[in-house]
Design a binder for this molecule. Structure first.
Ligand code: PLP
Length: 358
C-alpha cells in the first residue's frame, strides 16, 4: 500500500528492511539494538555517527548542539520557554495554524505570550504578511511552526526577525529540503514524520542559548544538562535514535536534502495541479505560494462522497487519506518516504473517482 499518514508516518522501505535484517543481531553484538546499554561502546559509536550524518545533511554549524530528546514536540512547547525565558520575559509567537497556536498555549505558563501575528481570522488559509508582524525587539525569542501539519501552510522562506533568536517547530518538514540552520536559534522536531518512530524529538540549539540565566528547574528539563551529557542524562530512546540514524544514511544515499526538495516539489505540484485542474471537484483553498509541500488537505465538492472516497481509496491501496477532524475532508501527507509513484497512484485514483461519481 501507499501510506499518506500525517504521522506516525511511512518510513523509507529500505530503512525498515535494514532494521528488520538487524533486529536480532545488531552490529555483530548477538543482541538487538533495543537490548544494548546506551553507555556501551557500540551504541556510543553509533550515536557519534548519527550526529555526524545529521550535521553533514543539514550543514549544522559547530556552535549548535544536537539533542535526541523525548516527550514529543508537545513537551517542548513548554520546555522551550522554560529554557529560553526568564520569569517576566515575553516571547513573540506567530500563529499560522493548529500547532503554532498550541505551542503558544502550552508555553503560556512559562512566558508571557505576545501573539505578534496571526492568520486565525482568515481560517489560516494564508500567512500573515511579514510587514504586519508586531515583533518586540526585547522578546526572548520568536516562535514559528515552519509547516502546519493540519492546515497545510508552510513558510517557504526563513522570516527575518532581527537579533531575536528564531525558534522553529519543524516537526512536519524537517529534512524535506535544505535549511540554513544559522538563521535559527533553536529548531525542534518530533521524529514521527521525516525522521523515525514517535517518542524521539530532535533539538538543534545554538550553544549560547544553552547558557541563558533561567529559573530553577530539575536537570531533566534543562537543555544545557542534556547537551553536557550527550543526550544521555537518563536512558534515551535508543530504538528511535538508531532508526533516525538509518533514515539519515538513507537520505545521504539518496542525494541528501537537495534531492529531497526536488522530489517533494514534484510530488506536491502533481497533487495540487490535479486538485486545481479538477474543475472544482476537489478543492484546496490555501493561498498557493504558501501551500505545504508535505501535507495537502483537500475537500470533495460534495462531502456526501467522503465515505465512498475513503473506502474506495483504501481498497485501491491508498492508506490514511482521511483529513484531520478539525478540517474534515481529506489530507495526503507527502513526507520524504512517499515516492512520486505513490502520488501518481493517488492522482490516477482521484481522476477515476471523479469520473465514476461525476
Ligand atoms: N508540531 C507539529 C507541527 C506537529 O505536526 C505535531 C504532531 O503531529 C506536533 C507538534 C506534536 O507532536 P507530538 O505528538 O510528538 O507531541
Amino acid at each position: 500500500v501507499w501510506n499518506f499518514s500525517a504521522g506516525p508516518a511511512a518510513l523509507p522501505l529500505p530503512v525498515l528492511e535494514r532494521a528488520q535484517r538487524e533486529l536480532l543481531d545488531w552490529n555483530a553484538s548477538g543482541a538487538s539494538v533495543m537490548e544494548q546499554s546506551h553507555r556501551g561502546k557500540r551504541f556510543i559509536a553509533m550515536a557519534h555517527k548519527v550526529d555526524a550524518d545529521l550535521r553533514e545533511l543539514m550543514g549544522i554549524p559547530d556552535n549548535y548542539a544536537v539533542l535526541f530528546e523525548q516527550g514529543g514536540a508537545t513537551q517542548h512547547f513548554a520546555q522551550i520557554p522554560m529554557n529560553l525565558a526568564r520569569e517576566g520575559d515575553s516571547a513573540d509567537y506567530i500563529i499560522t495554524g493548529h500547532w503554532s497556536e498550541k505551542a503558544a498555549n502550552e508555553g503560556a505558563p512559562y512566558v508571557h505570550v505576545n501573539v505578534a501575528a496571526t492568520s486565525k481570522a482568515e481560517s489560516f488559509l494564508r500567512m500573515p504578511a511579514r510587514e504586519t508582524w508586531q515583533l518586540d525587539p526585547k522578546a526572548a525569542y520568536v516562535h514559528i511552526a515552519t509547516n502546519e501539519t493540519i492546515h497545510g501552510v508552510q513558510f517557504k522562506q526563513v522570516p527575518e526577525v532581527g537579533d531575536v533568536p528564531l525558534v522553529a517547530d519543524m516537526s512536519s518538514d524537517i529534512l524535506s529540503g535544505p535549511v540554513d540552520v544559522s538563521r535559527y536559534g533553536l529548531i525542534y522536531a518530533g521524529a514521527q514524520k521525516n525522521i523515525g518512530p514517535s517518542g524521539l524529538v530532535l533539538i538543534i540549539i545554538r550553544r549560547d542559548l544553552l547558557e541563558r540565566p533561567i529559573r530553577p528547574m530539575a536537570k531533566i528539563f534543562r537543555y544545557l544538562e542534556h547537551a553536557a551529557n550527550d543526550s544521555m542524562l537518563n536512558t534515551p530512546n535508543t530504538w528511535g535514535w538508531y532508526l533516525a540514524g538509518l533514515t539519515f544514511e538513507w537520505l545521504k544515499d539518496n542525494g541528501g536534502l537537495v534531492a529531497m526538495a526536488e522530489r517533494n516539489r514534484q510530488k506536491s505540484e502533481l497533487l495540487y495541479a490535479t486538485i486545481d485542474g479538477s474543475g472544482g471537484y476537489y478543492r484546496n483553498p490555501i493561498d498557493p505560494p504558501v501551500r505545504s509541500r508535505m501535507n495537502v488537505p483537500f475537500t470533495l465538492h460534495d462531502s456526501a462522497l467522503d465515505a465512498a472516497f475513503l473506502q474506495e481509496s483504501e481498497a485501491a491501496g491508498l492508506m490514511a487519506l482521511k483529513g484531520h477532524k478539525a478540517l474534515g475532508g481529506m489530507r495526503a501527507s507527502l513526507y520524504n518516504a512517499v515516492p512520486l509513484e505513490a502520488v501518481h497512484a493517488l492522482v490516477d485514483f482521484m481522476h477515476d473517482f471523479a469520473h465514476r461519481h461525476g
